[in-house]
Design a protein. Structure first.
Length: 126
């Protein structure tokens, strides 16, 4: 069995997720209400966990089921989608979090990926 290592870009994205979450939390804590900060925290944690879960699923699928990767990834995608939906339902209905803070937190991984790619291209332009 071949061990699939994380690339430098993937490590930068994973570390950057936590850095961006920290920046968002500090700024929202200083300048915005606590409900907004709670939304950023919950949304950020959900998106980071979802990104990590996707990474783990991809690695395990290609190590164990490389010949049947598509059906396994689709099944895992739907499981992850349903679990994320249930968690978001409970966060929205039970937690006193601001919905706009939650949306900002959920966008954290996308924002970080864009920033990481721009930074990598500025260092090494095509």
């Amino acid at each position: 069995m071949v061990d699939i290592k994380k690339t430098i870009m993937q490590r930068n994205i994973e570390i950057g997720n936590w850095v961006v979450l920290g920046i968002f939390l500090v700024l929202s804590f200083l300048f915005l209400p606590g409900r907004f900060t709670l939304g950023v925290l919950l949304g950020g944690l959900i998106s980071i966990v979802n990104f990590h879960w996707l990474s783990r699923d991809l690695r395990s699928t290609f190590l164990k089921h490389a010949d049947r990767a598509k059906p396994f990834m689709m099944a895992k995608y739907y499981i992850r989608f349903i679990v994320t939906g249930i968690v978001l339902f409970f966060v929205i209905t039970r937690a006193p979090a601001d919905i706009f803070g939650l949306l900002l937190g959920l966008s954290l991984v996308v924002i970080n990926v864009i920033l990481t790619v721009i930074g990598a291209n500025l260092k090494n332009p095509l």
